[in-house]
Design a protein around this ligand. Structure first.
Ligand SMILES: [Mg+2]
Length: 190
C-alpha cells in the first residue's frame, strides 16, 4: 500500500479559528486576504502581541475552526486504499509552553473527527521533510519534500508561488478535497 502524509492546519482544518480569535481580540473584521505571510497572529500590532498571546493560550483553536468540505469522507475512502498518516507541527512559535497543549488539542481533534484512523499513524513534528513518503498533502511547499507525489493545498500564504516554480518542483496545486479525490481515487468532480 502506498503511504500518504496529510497535514492538519489549512488542509483538514481551515484558518477561521486563528482569524476569528484575532478579530475577537482586536475587535476588528480582518479578512484572510489581509494576512501577509504565514502567521495570522502577525495582524496583531506589536504593542498588543503579549496580551494576545495570553488570550490565545487559553483557547483550543479547533473549537473555533471549520473543517474543509468533503475532507472527512475523502480521507475515509483514502484510508481504504492507502496507508494514511497525519503529520502536523505542534510547536507554537509565540509561546513554547503552549506547544504541549497544542499537541493535545491536535490529538483530540483527530480522534474526534477522524475516529477511523489509527492513532499510531499520527505524527507530530515540524521538520516533515525528514520523512520519505509516496504522497504528501500540505499547504507549505517545503513540507512536500521527499515525496513522489506532492500536493500543495491552496492557501492564503502560498498564492505567490508561480506555476513555473510549482512545475520545477514537481508540485501540483489543489484547490479542494474533491480535486484530491480525483487525483488519488480517480473520482470525478461533480
Ligand atoms: Mg498546514
Amino acid at each position: 500500500m502506498k503511504k500518504i502524509m496529510i497535514d492538519i492546519d489549512d488542509v483538514i482544518s481551515d484558518y477561521s479559528g486563528y482569524l476569528g480569535l484575532v478579530n475577537e481580540f482586536l475587535k476588528t473584521d480582518y479578512k484572510i486576504e489581509d494576512v501577509r505571510g504565514y502567521y495570522i497572529q502577525d495582524l496583531v500590532p506589536e504593542n498588543q502581541k503579549e496580551d494576545f498571546i495570553q488570550f490565545f493560550v487559553t483557547q483550543n483553536i479547533y473549537d473555533h475552526s471549520s473543517i474543509f468540505p468533503d475532507c472527512i469522507e475523502i480521507i475515509k475512502k483514502l484510508n481504504e486504499r492507502y496507508d494514511v498518516y497525519i503529520c502536523s507541527a505542534y510547536v507554537f512559535r509565540d509561546n513554547l509552553e503552549y506547544s504541549a497543549d497544542s499537541l493535545k488539542y491536535k490529538f483530540q481533534f483527530l480522534t474526534k473527527n477522524l475516529p477511523f484512523l489509527d492513532p499510531h499513524n499520527f505524527m507530530f513534528l515540524t521538520k516533515k521533510e525528514i520523512l520519505n513518503c509516496d504522497i504528501k498533502i500540505d499547504d507549505k511547499i517545503e513540507n512536500l519534500r521527499n515525496a513522489e507525489t506532492k500536493l500543495l493545498f491552496n492557501a492564503y500564504h502560498n498564492q505567490s508561488i508561480s506555476e513555473e516554480e510549482l512545475k520545477a518542483q514537481n508540485v501540483i496545486r489543489i484547490n479542494n478535497w474533491l480535486e484530491i479525490a480525483q487525483i488519488l481515487l480517480n473520482e470525478e468532480i461533480n
